[in-house]
Design a protein around this ligand. Structure first.
Ligand code: DGL
Length: 261
């Protein structure tokens, strides 16, 4: 089973990309809604929460865990892969996002992300890993997550905040990375402000890379159950999860189980 982990609802935007590209597999999605947002937490706390849940998901029988949350990935991926779970398969969204910057041949890109992702230079470091001459300008879009959490996707204040952040980028950036799970829902606002700017969506890139990853690892691919089923879990309120989840995915979902660490 493929498990996607996120701090809350919006990793569902990543799940959507996986389901669109790889509909044949079964998925489980877990959102740590009781402790969301992670973007305001300390490095240590993000590590602790993410590790706790990843361990739990493997205990539930996960074949592979995908960190759908940019913030959680940025703070934990190397530590989880190399130190805590060296024998397990864990992937995270920032890595395919950064790879796409490099593959596209951009020389300078902007990244919108949470404050804690920007603080640890989440994308800057990851892009440097491929090519240290690529310039990465990261902007902490502090107001966007709270506005989107309140459901104000189309509100004038959300459009105004998006414009304010986008305008902070240098005029010579060649693409913008949507470095947080919440931003695909406001993608059209960015496109309206900068119509010709290429946008990189790490969720989509993760699904694309995962597809090639599985073709290179038939042993793992064969261990993943098929059937196109999705099960949803939250550490928060299941009713609320279903309400917002329906909205994000554009279909009715059932979330019956509230998990506690
Ligand atoms: N899911 C997080 C991300 O992609 C944003 C929300 C949060 O702060 O928990 O960075």
């Amino acid at each position: 089973m493929i498990w996607l982990f996120d701090s809350g609802f919006w990793g569902l935007t990543v799940l959507k990309e996986f389901q669109d590209l790889l509909p044949q597999y079964d998925y489980c999605y877990f959102g740590d809604n009781a402790r969301c947002p992670y973007g305001d937490l300390s490095d240590e706390t993000i590590r602790q929460y993410t590790e706790e849940w990843v361990r739990f998901l493997f205990d539930q029988g996960a074949t592979i865990v995908i960190l759908a949350c940019n913030t959680a990935t940025a703070h934990t991926i190397r530590y989880l892969q190399q130190v805590r779970f060296p024998d397990r398969k864990i992937l995270g969204v920032t890595i395919p996002g950064a790879e796409k910057v490099w593959e596209s041949g951009h020389r300078k890109v902007g990244v919108l992300a949470t404050e804690s992702s920007v603080k640890i230079r989440a994308y800057k470091e990851r892009v440097r890993f491929h090519d240290e001459t690529i310039l990465v300008q990261e902007i902490a879009a502090k107001e966007l997550v709270p506005l989107i959490e309140q459901g104000k996707y189309h509100a004038p204040e959300t459009i105004a905040a998006t414009r304010r952040y986008i305008m902070q980028f240098d005029s010579d950036i060649e693409a913008i990375v949507l470095g947080c799970t919440h931003y695909p829902i406001i993608r059209h606002h960015i496109e309206a402000i900068l119509p010709y700017m290429p946008l990189i969506d790490p969720g989509y890139e993760s699904a694309r890379k995962f597809k090639t990853y599985l073709s290179r690892h038939p042993d793992i691919e064969q261990g993943i159950s098929r059937g196109g089923e999705v099960r949803f879990f939250t550490s928060g309120d299941t009713e609320n999860f279903m309400k917002i989840g329906n909205d994000i995915l554009g279909k009715n979902i059932t979330c019956l189980t509230s998990l506690r660490p």
